[in-house]
Design a protein around this ligand. Structure first.
Ligand SMILES: *[C@@H]1O[C@H](CO)[C@@H](O)[C@H](O)[C@H]1NC(C)=O
Ligand SMILES: *[C@@H]1O[C@H](CO)[C@@H](O)[C@H](O)[C@H]1NC(C)=O
Ligand SMILES: *[C@@H]1O[C@H](CO)[C@@H](O)[C@H](O)[C@H]1NC(C)=O
Ligand SMILES: *[C@@H]1O[C@H](CO)[C@@H](O)[C@H](O)[C@H]1NC(C)=O
Ligand SMILES: *[C@@H]1O[C@H](CO)[C@@H](O)[C@H](O)[C@H]1NC(C)=O
Ligand SMILES: *[C@@H]1O[C@H](CO)[C@@H](O)[C@H](O)[C@H]1NC(C)=O
Ligand SMILES: *[C@@H]1O[C@H](CO)[C@@H](O)[C@H](O)[C@H]1NC(C)=O
Length: 713
């Protein structure tokens, strides 16, 4: 039997974590969510409206399908390779040798493109790439439909159920289309209502592009629609209400199961295309079908009916909104509160669609391809940390297995470079291979992310009604041990200064310094202290002795570099604040007191001076994405709530009409989802506070209501 104080503590913790607002009244979440249902009355040529489930997403144009624009259908599982180069000596991945760089007196091999092996280097960068699964659209009397044929458009997405409704007139006749993704399967279910169905004027086409590694970014449209002979499709297993289209590109084959409920016939491919036509032939003004994508033809043996997908979606999304933490700012008449609330709700929707898959997401999620569809391990914390802070661990858990899956290749990487432990890669495909690239090989800030995830999970587990702390400690122990071991092995003892240095060569997170001379970056030094401290605590909590080497590095890392009274990016920049090459891109040094809790050596007045310098000289027009939430979190810790709000609404930090985070002209296309996820991470800090400053930190006159948040680290 538990002693009474423990029971009382349990009850107290339960009371603290049960979602209620300060006034004790539950937020009407449905009301807040639906207030921001996106509506479109004109065609957007840059972003679709999306339905999806984190592993699979469908981008719809104004017709609810992909009739006038080929927005994409992307998944976490479908990838393809281009054929290998034929240049002698560069015909296989094993021919690639990387580059040897001097690293503290020895040659270390890095996965950097080798000028003597350009073809195979580039092939490894561009392959495998993520496949655009296809396109679904309407045809009118067998002909293509253009925007000129469409009028009286009203499209709305019900965020609370995941149901997209698109109404328009086609050649003067009304058409209503309902588009829904299955929360558990790679299925889109569609219901069409129109009198145009009665005489067979309306048909549905299915088409399949070749996705190649030709371009680093393919946005907003992915794939090549004219290279018809370079890939093959075929119609299989046709019955009265079902057919399978197989698609073979390179050595990848996948299947598209089409299933329709009313009378219909399918034919294709039409000469010189990969187009198939599903023609409703009943006399009904309703036509209902599903399209399901699968790696195996067995997965093509039946899919749920429209009605069933609709009820699954309705249930899933209601649970999504009603569980976990929530912020309600709608009592405020402030337009800032309204816009922040809009960004919060739409980001919550889009991240569940795009960034909750079996692997970490690519930066453009499942909307279009950037970096060939690959994902970046240094970005995982920005992408996924908010799931923990909003108490949606069930979505975070989907992808965190990637760290254990990549552990063998990370250990191999460390060993090949003469280090102990496991060194995480960067630009990744599901196999764990890190693409060749100077930044890819020389960044280090991806390494402590798992420590941050582990600590957030540990805090939640320890506070849960049934204490799961021991399970969490065991779950992460091997991984944290290997990662910390590399961090210790990588830190270089500088005998002349008596401290451990990080780098050279290395790239700091801003990627705008010269790697052969860059060392002791501010953010990475603090992150090393933060990560190693968590790894050490992990051992202490399990009653295991902390390796002395860990403590020696932890206690003797180089001090944070200061230039003109403010933190610089790294120690090798005496002209940090006067050289325009440095006062641009990510001001990550600000994160040492903001994203990160203070670690030994962080001086608050120096942070404050750094913030003042950033406001004075930083070229914010070149900043993007997570920079603004990162600055907001520092403003919060410095006690400047209004300043934090201003960062989250900065003119260079924009979200479009349906909530897509806008990219930059020359660096990243729209959407750049780290903007959405870091926004939610910062908002969680405003809503739950942090250790020593628990509770909400919104402008007092907003009357903000919050539910289910705990304090941040
Ligand atoms: C692409 O090629 C690589 C290297 O040969 C291989 O490991 C991988 O499995 C291939 N991926 C696909 C999707 O074909
Ligand atoms: C960095 O040093 C390596 C040799 O260690 C050299 O091959 C490489 O070109 C240098 N990089 C730059 C940007 O100077
Ligand atoms: C219909 O659209 C497809 C895809 O854009 C195109 O390849 C085809 O040529 C078009 N057909 C006509 C008749 O314009
Ligand atoms: C599509 O592929 C064809 C044939 O390989 C090629 O000529 C064309 O340039 C490609 N188009 C694009 C947009 O990459
Ligand atoms: C397709 O090609 C065949 C044979 O070349 C021809 O008989 C048929 O009319 C063509 N169909 C269309 C729709 O162009
Ligand atoms: C040791 O640290 C000093 C000061 O940071 C630096 O100038 C020097 O290059 C370091 N020594 C080596 C061998 O890297
Ligand atoms: C931070 O700097 C501002 C001026 O930029 C000053 O007004 C404020 O008192 C400073 N706060 C702290 C905590 O040092």
């Amino acid at each position: 039997m538990l002693p009474v104080p423990v029971i009382l503590l349990g009850v107290l913790l339960l009371a603290l974590t049960t979602p209620t607002t300060a006034t004790g009244q539950r937020i009407n979440r449905k009301n807040v969510v639906r207030r921001f249902n996106p509506v479109r009355t004109t065609l957007s040529t840059t972003t679709p409206m999306q339905v999806g489930n984190g592993n699979f997403a469908f981008g719809a144009d104004i017709t609810g399908l992909q009739t006038v624009l080929p927005f994409n259908i992307l998944s976490s599982w479908c990838w393809a390779n281009d054929s290998l180069p034929t240049t002698p000596g560069q015909t296989d991945p094993s021919d690639y040798t990387g580059m040897d760089y001097w690293t503290h007196g020895r040659l270390v091999n890095y996965a950097i493109p080798n000028p003597a092996e350009p073809e195979i280097s580039q092939w490894l960068i561009a392959n495998p790439h993520r496949v655009n699964l296809g396109r679904v659209g309407f045809l009118y009397k067998g002909r293509n439909i253009s925007t000129d044929d469409i009028s009286d458009i009203h499209q709305s997405l019900d965020l609370y159920t995941g149901v997209l409704t698109s109404k328009f007139s086609l050649h003067g006749q009304r058409v209503t289309v309902t588009t829904i993704a299955d929360p558990d399967d790679d299925v889109v279910a569609v219901e069409v209502q129109s009198s145009l169905l009665k005489d067979g004027s309306l048909g549905v086409f299915f088409d399949y592009p070749l996705t190649t590694g030709a371009n680093k970014f393919e946005a907003p449209f992915v794939g090549n629609w004219t290279a018809i002979s370079a890939h093959t499709t075929g119609l299989k297993k046709v019955t009265a209400h079902r057919a399978v289209v197989s698609h073979l590109l390179g050595s990848t084959t996948y299947y598209n199961l089409l299933q329709w409920e009313q009378a219909g016939s399918i034919q294709g491919p039409f000469n010189g295309t990969h187009r198939y036509l599903l023609q409703p032939i009943g006399r009904s003004n309703k036509f209902t079908f599903t399209t399901r994508f699968s790696e195996s033809i067995k997965g093509g043996s039946g899919s749920k009916a429209f009605r069933s997908v609709k009820s699954s979606s309705t249930r899933w999304w209601a649970n999504y909104w009603e569980s976990g933490a929530f912020v309600d700012l709608i009592a405020s008449s402030s337009s800032d509160a309204e816009e922040l609330q809009r960004r919060i709700i739409l980001s919550q929707y889009l991240l569940a669609v795009n960034s909750a898959g079996k692997d970490p997401p690519q930066e453009s999620g499942l909307q279009n391809n950037g970096w060939y569809g690959k994902f970046h391990l240094e970005m995982t914390f920005w992408h996924l940390g908010h799931w923990a802070r909003w108490d949606k661990f069930y979505l975070l858990d989907r992808s965190l297995g990637v760290y254990n899956r990549f552990l063998p290749s990370s250990i191999a990487r460390a060993q090949a470079q003469g280090y102990e432990g496991a060194r995480l890669g960067k630009m990744s495909d599901p196999s764990g291979r890190s693409a060749p690239g100077a930044q890819n090989a020389l960044l280090i800030w991806q390494q402590p992310h798992p420590m941050f995830f582990a600590e957030l999970e540990y805090r939640a587990a320890a506070a849960a009604p049934s204490n799961k702390a021991t399970t969490t400690l065991r779950k992460w122990d091997t991984l944290l041990d290997e990662l910390a071991t590399w961090m210790v092995s990588y830190a270089w003892w500088n005998a002349s200064t008596g401290v451990y240095d990080l780098g050279p060569p290395m790239y700091p997170s801003s990627e705008n310094t010269s790697p052969n001379v860059t060392y002791n970056p501010t953010f990475e030094l603090a992150y090393w202290r933060f990560g190693l401290k968590i790894a050490a605590n992990w051992k202490v909590r399990q009653g295991i002795e902390v390796p002395t080497a860990w403590m020696h590095v932890l206690d003797n890392l180089a001090p944070l570099p200061v230039v003109d009274g403010a933190y610089s990016i790294s120690e090798d920049q005496p002209d940090m604040w006067t050289n325009k090459d440095y006062t641009t891109d990510h001001p990550s040094q600000i994160a040492v007191y903001g994203l990160l809790p203070p670690t030994p050596g962080v001086d608050v007045s120096t942070v404050n001076a750094t913030m003042a310098k950033v406001l004075e000289v930083w070229q914010l027009e070149n900043s993007y994405g997570w920079d603004f939430p990162m600055l907001a979190m520092t403003a919060l810790r410095l006690g400047n709530v209004e300043g934090a709000v201003a960062w989250l609404l900065n003119e260079h930090f924009q979200f479009d009409d349906v909530g897509n985070p806008v990219g930059t002209a020359n660096v990243v296309p729209t959407p750049y989802f780290p903007a959405s996820s870091s926004l939610l991470f910062a908002v969680a800090m405003m809503a739950g506070g942090w250790d020593g400053a628990e509770g909400a930190h919104f402008p007092a006159h907003w009357g903000a209501k919050v539910e289910g948040f705990t304090a941040s680290l």
